[in-house]
Design a protein around this ligand. Structure first.
Ligand code: DC
Length: 225
């Protein structure tokens, strides 16, 4: 139910998905990663060979897309694109760029809106994204805006990628973060912004565990969980 749900928004690399997953597991809520929906649409356009920035062409393609999500035995959200499991495919750098492009297209946002809202009707969710507190779940029981300096976010992302042996430099990761911030905050529709009633947490100088404890406290306080 929306009033019992938690909205977590913020820029790329602020730790939203890790913290949202941890808190969902801790309180027995369902974690909904909304970025995965935009990534799935982005992948479809990418695979079709069309221009991911072409709003008209992308809007027409939406008739041919069926996006579904379900949860596996490990409570991991899996994404289906026209029945095909694309959970891993949507994580490539190309899919990230395609997701950023298609997420700026109003028809794509409208296409995915109901699916997100329905999740919060059916379950008590921790939902992360860019416009959850402002657009998707305006009546969420708790809205958190997680942020950190671009350098801190790039450092975390760089360390994650290095651990996966992805060959990339820190400067490339920082450049990508700055570009994504620009497209997320400057797009005309549902741009990334802090909801009026959101609690802001700047995690630049905080460890993951400190952030998690802070979140648990505020959830217990606000939602009585
Ligand atoms: O969180 P992420 O990196 O997986 O998101 C992928 C892209 O989708 C990113 O460019 C921002 C966009 N997005 C959005 O516009 N609104 C959301 N609720 C979630 C993601």
């Amino acid at each position: 139910m929306e009033e019992r749900s938690i909205a977590i928004d913020g820029p790329a690399g602020a730790g939203k998905s890790t913290l949202a997953r941890m808190t969902a597991n801790h309180f027995g809520l369902i974690y909904v990663d909304t970025g995965a929906l935009y990534r799935t649409v982005g992948l479809f356009v990418l695979e079709s060979g069309r221009d991911t920035k072409d709003a008209k062409a992308v809007a027409e393609m939406l008739h041919d897309i069926k996006v579904d999500m379900h949860y596996d035995a490990d409570r991991r959200q899996r994404m289906l694109l026209n029945g095909r499991d694309v959970t891993d495919l949507i994580r490539t750098p190309q899919a990230s760029l395609a997701a950023a492009d298609v997420s700026a297209i109003p028809a794509v946002r409208a296409f995915l809106l109901n699916m997100q809202r329905e999740m919060a009707v059916r379950y008590d969710v921790v939902m992360d994204g860019r416009d959850i507190g402002t657009v998707v779940l305006p009546n969420a029981g708790l809205k958190v805006f997680l942020t950190a300096s671009p350098e801190a976010r790039a450092r975390r992302r760089y360390e994650e990628l290095a651990a996966q042996n992805v060959s990339i430099t820190f400067d490339e990761v920082l450049h990508d973060i700055i570009l994504r911030d620009k497209s997320d905050t400057q797009r005309a529709v549902a741009p990334l912004r802090v909801a009026d009633d959101a609690v802001v947490l700047d995690t630049t100088d905080m460890s993951l565990n400190e952030c998690f404890l802070w979140l648990c406290n505020i959830i217990e306080e606000r939602l009585g969980l």
